[in-house]
Design a protein around this ligand. Structure first.
Ligand code: TPP
Length: 668
């Protein structure tokens, strides 16, 4: 099998078995978890973390560290064991003992916002590998900006069968292969077992051929042979393309009765089998005790990374001061002072130009102002660049041979795009934003949800936001999507009504360092309603009176985005009939709901008639306007026709809004 000497076998095996038994014992103590993967992949992790990976446990956030992503998040105990063994201070043996308990640093699946040193949250299979593609892209993008003296690292992934079964893995593979992300190395824990049994019961893809077809280098090794693993990793590092290494392993390696079977995937081994496994692997130490030789070996490997970190610090210190400050600013995620002026300039232009503009065009105009001011922004689109308007003036496209650009052609891969954006944000140093049709936010929802969970600043520009897109019809017309996006905790959903609000929403999205944003934009033209081009950001209030009533308000109309101008028209109709009417624009439910109740009550007001209008379903509106308010919107899918006809067909008109207000006044 290999030419290992007995000494090296002993020491490697001791290090790998230390991972195995921490995992076995922690899962047993928690009475839940996944021992199979850590036991099977312990040899891979040992080679990676003791011989290859550039990291320093004492500085988990050192910018030029290699990234490691455990895409198969269910194998979290592999990561926690390695981190404890290598010397990540906070992952103590007590935390290992508290695996999966409330408030521990060792939750069921790895959570980057809980445990320092974990690069990304994983668990939904396929997300990790796709997120890692974004990290590898970020490395290339930043190396093109700051040079390889400052940015020069690899991104490693441990992926399971399930990761490769998920469709997103193909989007990720395709993107990485096309971009020739040569510093992305995926180790596939090829154990041929998933939950239902052998993977052969549900799939027969030749994964190596698939990745090869997407432009990857592939290799296959015995995943229990440390020398073969090391050689494959060394070759992968020298490659000019991303590499997939099939590491053939036995799930639950070492367990006499359960190794190689799905029984060890996701349940504790049980006391008897643990005794048998200890005997089989020659491990005498009791539960949670790491023998001194193994601990010393691991700690020495962990401490070895310090030299690389210090060498990087010396190289970085030799860079010009201005460059250092800029790099540090971008990595810290602090915005440049120039942003505010750029926002005001965009607002001034909007007011000066006047006229009706689609908010997707407004957004493009705003980007022309802000992207030069915020050079860490990296845009893109899922093959809808001309429709999403996310390519600012002068933005250069990124190509496989030139990462100095700031616009990415993601191809028709919404899910891969959203996950890659998460990876870029997690990497630090960039602010990713993208473009897609809003209706296809469904295609990237799992990645948007993870961004929200992780609290990452990614900005999704979602255009064609309602029946207002017209002729493409119900397959393309969002109806439930606003409600569905608003349902994701910690996602900021913003639907601006004109160019001034669009500029404000961009400013809010950029300033929201701890949550993702979705900018919901129209295809159809909308009149300019705001003519105040100052530094005051009214959209940040979430909701505000955009049109005052002529006297004490009898009717309050509430609307978002394209329906705000419709509400303004309705207000004019009502005023003409002697009903003093005000209009409240609500660019963001979330921002509004974060304000104190008394302030909210003031904005909502106490007019006897209240009507909300939004070309979408009602779900969510009751929390804003109350269940007694009338609602003009959608209750079904849309249809294929010119936008104006659709608004009339579905009864979303100024006349309808006015009529509903009058109904309410009659009933009052
Ligand atoms: C998107 C998604 N679907 C389903 C699951 C539930 N799940 C966890 S692990 C797994 C498959 C396990 O097989 P494999 O990936 O080969 O891992 P191994 O058995 O080798 O540990 C499934 C279906 C999940 N975590 N993510």
């Amino acid at each position: 099998m290999s030419s290992r000497t007995s000494d090296s076998i002993t020491s490697h095996d001791r290090l790998a078995n230390a991972i195995r038994f921490l995992a076995i014992d922690a899962v047993e103590a928690a009475n839940s978890g996944h021992p199979g993967l850590p036991m099977g992949a312990a040899d891979i992790a040992t080679v990676l973390f003791t011989k290859v990976l550039k990291y320093d446990p004492s500085r988990p956030f050192w910018p030029d560290r290699d990234r490691f992503v455990l895409s198969a998040g269910h194998g979290s105990m592999l990561l926690y064991s390695v981190m404890h063994l290598a010397g990540y201070e906070k992952v103590t043996i007590d935390e290992i003992k508290r695996f999966r308990q409330l408030g521990s640093l060792t939750p069921g699946h790895p959570e980057n916002f809980v445990t320092e040193g974990i690069e990304t949250t994983t668990g939904p299979l396929g997300q990790g590998i796709a997120t890692a593609v974004g990290m590898a892209m970020a490395e290339r993008l930043l190396a093109a900006r700051f040079g390889s003296d400052v940015v020069d690292h690899y991104t490693y992934v441990l992926a399971s069968d399930g990761d490769l079964m998920e469709g997103i893995s193909q989007e990720a593979a395709d993107l990485a292969g096309h971009l020739k992300l040569s510093k992305l190395i995926v180790m596939w824990d090829d154990n041929k077992i998933s939950i239902d049994g052998p993977t052969s019961i549900s799939g027969s893809t030749n994964q190596l051929a698939r990745f090869a077809a997407s432009g990857w280098v592939t290799a296959a090794v015995d995943g229990h042979d440390p020398e073969a693993i090391l050689a494959a990793l060394e070759a992968a590092k020298a490659s000019d393309r991303p590499t997939l290494i099939s590491c053939r392993t036995t799930i639950g390696f070492g367990s006499p009765k359960k190794a190689g079977s799905e029984k060890v995937h996701g349940s504790p081994l049980g006391a008897e089998e643990i005794v048998a496994t200890r005997a089989a692997l020659g491990w005498e130490a009791p539960a949670f005790v790491v023998p001194e030789d193994a601990l010393n070996g691991w700690r020495a490997a962990g401490a070895a990374g310090r030299a690389a970190r210090e060498a990087w610090e010396a190289r970085f210190a030799a860079r010009p001061a201005e460059e250092r400050t800029e790099f540090e600013r971008r990595v810290a995620g602090t915005l440049p002072a120039a942003l505010e002026g750029a926002i005001v300039a965009a607002k001034e232009k909007a007011v000066k130009d006047g006229g009706a503009v689609a908010t997707r065009k407004s957004s493009e105009m705003v980007l022309d102002f802000i992207t030069p001011a915020v050079p860490e922004m990296v845009g893109g689109s899922a093959d809808l660049t001309g429709s999403n308007n996310t390519k600012a003036k002068g933005a250069k496209s990124v190509t496989p041979d030139d990462f100095s650009g700031s616009f990415i052609h993601y191809g028709v891969r919404e899910h891969g795009m959203a996950a890659a954006m998460n990876g870029m944000a997690l990497h630090k140093g960039l602010i990713p934003f993208s473009g897609g049709f809003m209706v296809f936010s469904d295609y990237c929802r799992p990645a948007i949800r993870l961004a929200a969970l992780m609290g990452e600043r990614v900005i999704h520009v979602l255009t064609h936001d309602s029946i207002g897109l017209g002729e493409d019809g119900p397959t393309h017309q969002p109806v439930e999507h606003l409600a569905a996006l608003r349902a994701i905790p910690n996602l900021l959903v913003m639907r601006p009504c004109d160019t001034v609000e669009t500029a404000e929403c961009w400013q809010i999205a950029l300033q929201s360092t701890d949550r993702p944003s979705a900018l919901i934009l129209s295809r159809q033209n909308l009149p300019i309603l705001r003519t105040d081009a100052t530094a005051v950001n009214r959209s940040a209030e979430g909701a505000y009176e955009i049109l005052a009533a002529s006297g004490p308000a009898q009717a309050s109309l509430f609307a978002t985005g394209s329906e705000v101008s419709l509400a303004v028209e309705a207000a004019k109709l009502l005023e003409a009939q002697g009903v003093p009417t005000r209009v409240v624009s609500i660019p963001s439910f979330e921002l509004f709901l974060e304000r104190p109740a008394a302030e909210r009550a003031k904005v909502i007001g106490d007019a006897p008639a209240k009507v909300a209008v939004e070309a979408a379903i009602r779900m969510g509106w009751d929390a804003i306007v109350g269940s007694n308010a009338a609602f003009v919107g959608m209750t079904s899918f849309g249809a294929s026709a010119p936008a104006k006809e659709l608004y009339a067909h579905f009864g979303i008109t100024a006349q309808q809004v006015a009529a509903r207000a009058l109904d309410q006044l009659r009933q009052a």
